[in-house]
Design a protein around this ligand. Sequence first.
Ligand code: 13P
Ligand code: SF4
Length: 328
Amino acid sequence: MSFDCQPLQDEILRLKQEQNAIILAHNYQREDVQDIADYVGDSLELSRTAANIDCSVIVFCGVHFMAESASILSPDKTVLLAEAEAGCPMAEMIRVDSPRPFRSNFPGFSNPPAYVFPLDFSLRDIKQQYPGVPVVAYVNTTAAVKAESDICCTSANVVKVVESLPGDSVICIPDKNLSMWAARNTGKKIIAWDGYCNIHERVTPEDVSRAKAEHPDALVVAHPECRIDVLEMADQVTSTSGMLRFARASVSKEFIIGTETGLLHRLRKENPDKSFYPLRKDMICPNMKKTTLQSVIRAFSENRHVIKVPEYIRVPARRALDRMLEIV
Ligand code: 13P
Ligand code: SF4
């Protein structure tokens, strides 16, 4: 932490104590934001923490769906999202009953394979087409979509969640890459959606080959939001916190990291004797980077941006999150 940050850091500490608050930050947050957080983690860990933590206020440094999950799990607490505009484009790619409105924001969209539902459909369309087939919603979805789903999953537990369901078919929304990963690692027929994360989707097998040529002794670790042809080349496929555990336990000294570059901060801090290289230097999520120390101070001092989910959505959405938390 640089000297300039100290007054902001002190102010955050004071406000936090004054308001009996906890700061949760995702592994992709800016380094100085990670450093002032009480808990830094992946989506699953942050959901668990939000469900169990004893405090009055949760300040969430992440993106909207994460703060929404915290509010769904902790309705009695005030949940503040430090930056109101921090959203996840993938979470906007599926709607309950109307087509996704911003298709043209994602150039390069190509025709999906037959079993992947195009973005123009809604969740209710797909449910109508496959009555009785359970719906697994990645946590990167809105509360309304979770409320229409049977169970949630994260990148850390998708295989276990899919395997836990009855029948041979499962609808998996919205990330086609995570769905293909689940199809590859379970015996289930996966009915997928054509959503994707534009940060992870941009990685190609050529990027992996280039990084391996530059660092021949390094292991390749990739997030399951990457394309399946990239995942096939990886030594390990796992969530952000799974990457931290893998790096810690591995005897290898060098790693190529295929996820948002914010994770490199913790990897380097926790493993000073090891080297970490980004698979691509431009794997930067602009939404995750919106939150600064100033945003955290404003969240506290102006009590913003309150995230509250209406009860008729919160209750069924909570059921889907609780089912996930029960099995993993
Ligand atoms: P994790 O659950 O692995 O932290 O990932 C969240 C996310 O948004 C990945 O892009
Ligand atoms: Fe969404 Fe991708 Fe950013 Fe994760 S990295 S929050 S999936 S846009």
